[in-house]
Design a protein around this ligand. Structure first.
Ligand SMILES: [Fe+2]
Length: 361
């Protein structure tokens, strides 16, 4: 089984995994032979990637730390939170107490906590599981799915760094809520395809502070969580916003959210541009790390993510093409491949003179 951009799937191909709608209901069941009409519908519904079963990918099972369904459940929960919190704007300045109570209720802290507990359990049960950030969701769900992705990535980094269960969960909350301030920004600005005007850009840059303002008086959220929300666009060299803080002013919790946020944003596709290729992701993340990101955190992230997910077809430096059979922990650019013609296995962790040149499909 392998993931394939929906646009490239041909009628007659067999679906490897069930596709769910944004609300969690089933759209197409796995095992279905896809027709032209169904494919059209999937594209209309903004489903960017689907899993298909074919001879080429036989025996390959793309893995992930959490299931698609769990991810969707988290995203649906976050969409509820964002939509409800947005309404807190209707309270006036002298209705502070009612506003706080409303914000507290609409954050659904308890059910988000339960969701994070489940994820945490999975992280400890699948010790070597890696995270893959491929986007199988509609563009509308981007912000919500991104929040869950950042939470899982941050928790994985925390786990790898030996954090306590309590601190890992705190990272999860930081990830889920880091962009909550975006709930206060008009969707026209958030989803704008063209370049933002200066005014819109100024407004967008306020979202970390808007998020902090929303949650700062919520007693059940720890101070570290509030800091993660407020400072998630700061960078080590002072080039971030809105406070241009320096390395020494940022806690490791914040640095983890920063790295998880950047990595996920560049690795998953969004409304206004396609996702970067794995080669570009690695190049970008290494460049950014020189001055702007925490080296230890970036290195830890690269141990826990797939850059070349299982089922992807790549071009090698010797001209051969291989399909990724297995991604290995700690070696993001050196997976185990299978030659797509001869079926011979190519272990990039041993054949160090071979390089992946680009992703074919
Ligand atoms: Fe943000």
């Amino acid at each position: 089984m392998r993931g394939k951009p929906t646009k490239e799937v041909q009628p007659g191909e067999v679906l490897g995994r069930t596709i769910f709608r944004d609300d969690g209901t089933v759209l197409v069941t796995k095992g279905t032979t896809l027709s032209q009409t169904m494919l059209k519908r999937l594209i209309q519904e903004d489903i960017l990637i689907v899993y298909i079963e074919d001879e080429l990918s036989e025996g390959i099972e793309p893995t992930n730390v959490i299931s698609d369904q769990q991810l969707l459940r988290g995203a649906v929960e976050m969409s509820k939170v964002f939509k409800e919190v947005k309404n807190s704007m209707r309270f006036t300045a002298d209705q502070k107490d009612s506003r706080l109570r409303y914000v507290y209720d609409s954050l659904h802290i308890e059910s988000l906590g339960q969701f994070l507990d489940e994820i945490e359990k999975d992280l400890f049960e699948n010790r070597d599981a890696l995270y893959q950030v491929f986007n199988m969701f509609s563009a509308d769900m981007y912000t919500y799915k991104h929040s869950v992705d950042v939470a899982v990535l941050a928790m994985l980094i925390g786990k790898e760094l030996g954090y306590s269960m309590k601190d890992i969960k705190m990272l999860g909350f930081g990830g889920l809520l880091h962009d909550i301030g975006k709930s206060q920004i008009p969707v026209e600005v958030l989803n704008k395809k063209d370049k933002l005007t200066e005014e819109e850009w100024q407004l967008l840059q306020k979202h970390p502070e808007m998020g902090y303002e929303l949650i700062k008086d919520v007693i059940s959220l720890n101070g570290h969580i509030k800091q993660m929300v407020r400072y998630h666009h700061e960078r080590n060299d002072g080039s971030g916003y809105p406070f241009a803080l320096m390395d020494s002013e940022l806690t490791e919790f914040i640095k983890i959210i920063v790295v998880a946020d950047i990595f996920n944003a560049i690795a998953s596709s969004r409304v206004y541009r396609e996702a970067m290729t794995p080669e570009k992701i690695m190049e970008y993340i290494h460049q950014e790390t020189v001055y702007r990101l925490d080296y230890k955190v970036v290195n830890t992230l690269l141990k826990v993510v797939h850059v070349y997910p299982e089922g992807i077809i790549v071009q090698l430096s010797d001209g051969r093409q291989g399909i990724v059979v297995e991604s290995r922990k700690g070696a993001p650019t050196r997976p185990l491949l299978r030659d797509i013609h001869t079926k011979e296995l190519i272990d990039l962790s041993k054949e160090l003179t071979l390089l992946i040149k680009f992703v074919v499909n």
